[in-house]
Ligand binder design. Structure first.
Ligand SMILES: Cc1cc2nc3c(=O)[nH]c(=O)nc-3n(C[C@H](O)[C@H](O)[C@H](O)COP(=O)(O)OP(=O)(O)OC[C@H]3O[C@@H](n4cnc5c(N)ncnc54)[C@H](O)[C@@H]3O)c2cc1C
Length: 282
């Protein structure tokens, strides 16, 4: 008799646990359903090019310009995950050309998005951007990219950027620093040829000023102006040691620059003991 009571109590307990698990599972699923339902739908299509209207062109230097594109409504969001990019399609005398670009805006910037583009004299897509006028449309497809970001996924990011490789870094930095629930630290090393080549100068300075304990920028120039107090030459192992978080399981070093720089940075990181899971190349 005592055995039967015990057994029936056990069955009741098991049924109770099963109900509790089902309830927690259903609650979690509902939470994710609601959060996805409330998330505004993005405007990009990963399979097909969609056209977006250029509404403002701002020349930032002799070869860099900011292009602002309208989204379909003033409350639309682009819907590009942090640190990912999109393919832009243009044309030159040889035909169609498709290149990747990362906007400098986030989904918190509603109704529009911006690209900061450096135009090279012989560049094929550069030619297309140089020819674009306000009112023209640009075809884009996305999102593209392997970078996945969850707030607080690492204690600190080190960032090694060269030239236009700053755009994904800037986007990730903005997303982290503008999120009050994210306490990640960021150390950026940004390499360029001349002072004039440094992109997003003011924006980077503003972030560094607003978050002095969490966002540090160290600029490196091949041809520094007189009185320059940043790094000189190419980004070295010593600069990485001095300005990036040391190898650890809760840090990551992000790389984005011209192919020779990426190759050199990968070799430096390996020599300094950063395991492959501590590195990511955009
Ligand atoms: C993930 C990702 C995001 C990017 N985001 C941006 C962005 O936001 N803004 C931006 O301007 N670019 C960005 N780029 C670079 C962009 O995709 C093109 O490579 C760049 O615009 C040049 O394309 P092009 O067709 O004009 O030049 P190409 O026809 O490919 O090149 C012609 C010539 O231009 C010169 N050139 C091209 N690229 C470089 C370079 N990086 N460094 C030095 N010389 C070069 C070379 O002399 C080359 O021979 C990104 C690249 C990646 C991979």
């Amino acid at each position: 008799m005592r055995m039967e009571v015990l057994q029936s109590q056990r069955v009741e307990l098991m049924v109770g646990i099963a109900f509790a698990l089902v309830a927690v599972g259903a609650g979690t699923a509902y939470y994710f359903y609601l959060s996805n339902k409330n998330k505004p739908k993005g405007c990009l299509d990963p399979e097909n090019f969609k056209k977006f209207k250029l509404v403002k062109h701002t020349q930032l230097s002799h070869n860099v310009a900011k292009f602002r594109f309208d989204l379909p409504t003033p409350t639309s969001v682009l819907g590009l995950p942090i640190g990912q990019h999109m393919s832009c399609r243009g044309k030159d005398s040889q035909g169609d050309v498709i290149k990747p670009y990362t906007p400098t805006t986030l989904d918190s910037d509603v109704g529009y998005f911006e690209l900061v583009i450096k135009m090279y004299p012989q560049g094929r897509m550069s030619h297309h951007f140089r020819e674009m006028r306000e009112g023209d449309y640009l075809a884009m497809k996305g999102p593209k990219g392997r970078f996945k970001y969850q707030p607080g996924q690492v204690r600190a990011f080190g960032m090694l950027a060269g030239g236009t490789g700053i755009t994904p870094m800037f986007q990730v930095a903005r997303a982290i620093l503008e999120n009050p629930n994210d306490k990640t630290n960021i150390n950026l090393i940004y390499a360029n040829v001349t002072y004039e080549d440094i992109l997003l100068k003011e924006e980077l300075a503003n972030l560094a000023c607003s978050f002095p304990n969490r966002f540090n920028v160290y600029c490196v120039l091949n041809q520094p102006p007189e009185g320059w107090d940043g790094g000189v030459g190419f980004v070295s192992k010593e600069m990485i040691q001095a300005h990036c978080p040391a190898p650890a399981s809760d840090i990551q070093i992000l790389r984005c620059g011209p192919p020779p720089m990426n190759k050199a940075m990968a070799a430096h990181l390996e020599a300094l003991g950063y395991a492959s899971q501590m590195q990511f190349q955009f």
